[in-house]
Design a protein around this ligand. Structure first.
Ligand code: EPZ
Length: 440
């Protein structure tokens, strides 16, 4: 009998966050060369859509290699809120979606995690209706979902917007040809999940090609979906009448956590062996870090990453996969803050993803912004300072900077960090970092 809890069961600390929103901060004394092994956790941006895919098939689902993150707790609460039963123990998430009764995603949950919008497609596909709060903007941008809505309307859903909610209705979705104005990751995932139970065939053109999208496709196929074109920019989904629950589906390793530890090794002159990472997902990141002088060696234990004595400046433009990921832009900027020369970083995906710049400048970085382009003039040294996390990847960039800065930094509002990095302070401590988590 599945353990009946509505919130995902995980460490008390995380639940404390979710329940009380307690504020914690990290205190880091920088300048120590980091060395040793680090194990990469499951990918947040694969786990979240795969959890919502459980809505498509009533029954008990089991997902493995699920990272213990605030966003996973929130997604579990969302499924619980609909009447589902969820449990989480040591990376294994169990969901019983047999008794879902309320096809809704309330604002209280959606406002803390825009990925909640991923329940929209599965709910309309299974129940023929859904009431999902518009995600609203976040620190990095407006985050509209017009492409998600356009796709569902093309498939025959009637969509109205009432009181900040998307109300969707459809007797049965029908296959359609959908062209996205831009390769949206969750837009592709939402429409793909909806199309698995639609009547007829759906073609998604200009689809996102991220490894997390492919992981969701592999999971849906394991559930009985008929999908062709995984990882391509055109995906074809032939609707079926029903799907079966996933059994022990393993989430891929997190390529952004992997890239973050590569940036840490590069910035601190460290010598870190990264275990359980998917090197084939990292081409653009590895190429840019190699240009900066970071050394990579594949060994039996994992990918050995060593930072150079001096980093070289470089240029990067964030692009949809397989380009350089926007989720690595902030961490890369921290690295370039210490490089010899002037670097140019262009953020082409989100309109406001430079919130970390002001904080890095407080640590002595020399960065100027002109629209979506940051010019980073390398400095000899960063110095520790009290800084504030504003969003998930900005928090990661502050950690990269604090670990190689001279002196002590305190990073406040690290609940942003706990959304997407599984116990990163404990992993860093094992590598020799002088880091501790305290209540603010
Ligand atoms: C996903 O967000 C990721 N989140 C983000 O990771 C990631 O930064 C982003 O993809 C880009 O790779 C999850 O997978 C849960 P998009 P998503 O739709 O799907 C515009 C992290 O740090 N757009 O691919 O919301 C949008 O404004 C997070 O882990 C529309 O205009 O991003 C953006 O400019 C942050 N209309 C661009 O497309 C739409 O309907 C790409 O957004 C949808 C998107």
């Amino acid at each position: 009998m599945l353990l009946v809890i509505h919130a995902v069961q995980c460490s008390a600390r995380l639940l404390l966050y979710v329940k009380l929103g307690t504020m914690e901060q990290l205190i880091i004394r920088g300048g120590r060369p980091l060395q040793g092994d680090v194990m990469i956790s499951g990918a947040k941006n694969a786990a979240l859509p795969i959890i919502t895919a459980s809505i498509l098939a009533p029954g008990v689902h089991q997902i493995t290699n699920v990272p213990e993150l605030r966003d996973v707790v929130t997604m579990g609460r969302l499924i619980g809120n609909m009447g589902g039963l969820t449990g989480y123990r040591e990376g294994i998430m169990t969901l019983d979606t047999g008794r879902l009764r309320t096809p809704e995603a309330p604002y209280e949950l959606v406002k803390t995690m825009r990925a909640a919008v991923l329940v929209l497609g599965p709910l309309v596909a299974r129940f023929g209706k859904a009431r999902v709060s518009l995600p609203g903007g976040c620190a990095i941008g407006g985050r509209p979902i017009d492409q998600h809505i356009k796709g569902l309307e093309k498939m025959g859903a009637k969509i109205t917007l009432e009181g900040g909610y998307v109300i969707a209705k459809a007797k049965r979705l029908k296959g359609a040809r959908i062209y996205f104005d831009m390769p949206t990751v969750t837009g592709t995932e939402n429409i793909m999940m909806a199309a698995t139970l639609a009547k007829g065939t759906t073609l998604i053109e200009n689809a996102a090609r991220e490894p997390e999208v492919k992981d969701l496709i592999d999971c849906l196929i394991a559930m009985g979906a008929k999908i062709k074109g995984a990882g391509e920019s055109t995906i074809e989904i032939t609707g079926v009448d029903s799907l079966v629950p996933m059994a022990n589906y393993a989430v891929i390793p997190d390529r952004i956590e992997t890239g973050t530890f590569m940036a840490i090794a590069g910035a601190c002159g460290g010598d870190i062996t990264i275990k359980n990472c998917r090197i084939d997902h990292m081409d653009a990141i590895i190429m840019k870090l190699k240009d900066a002088g970071v050394r990579f060696d594949e060994t039996k234990k994992g990918l050995r990453v060593r930072g150079p004595k001096h980093l070289q400046a470089g240029t990067v433009t964030t692009m949809p996969y397989p380009g350089f990921p926007t989720d690595m832009q902030a961490q890369f900027m921290s690295l370039m803050a210490l490089a010899r020369g002037t670097s140019i970083i262009h953020e082409s995906i989100f309109e406001n993803r430079f919130m970390h710049v002001a904080e890095l400048c407080r640590m002595g970085a020399n960065i100027s912004i002109d629209g979506g382009t940051a010019t980073v003039k390398g400095v000899e040294r960063l110095t520790g300072a009290p800084v504030m996390a504003t969003d998930l990847r900005a928090s990661a960039s502050l950690i990269v900077a604090a670990l190689c800065a001279k002196g002590e930094s305190t990073i406040q509002r690290i609940y942003h960090l706990d959304r997407g990095y599984e116990r990163i302070d404990e992993k860093l401590k094992k590598l020799g970092a002088d880091i501790k988590r305290v209540m603010e």
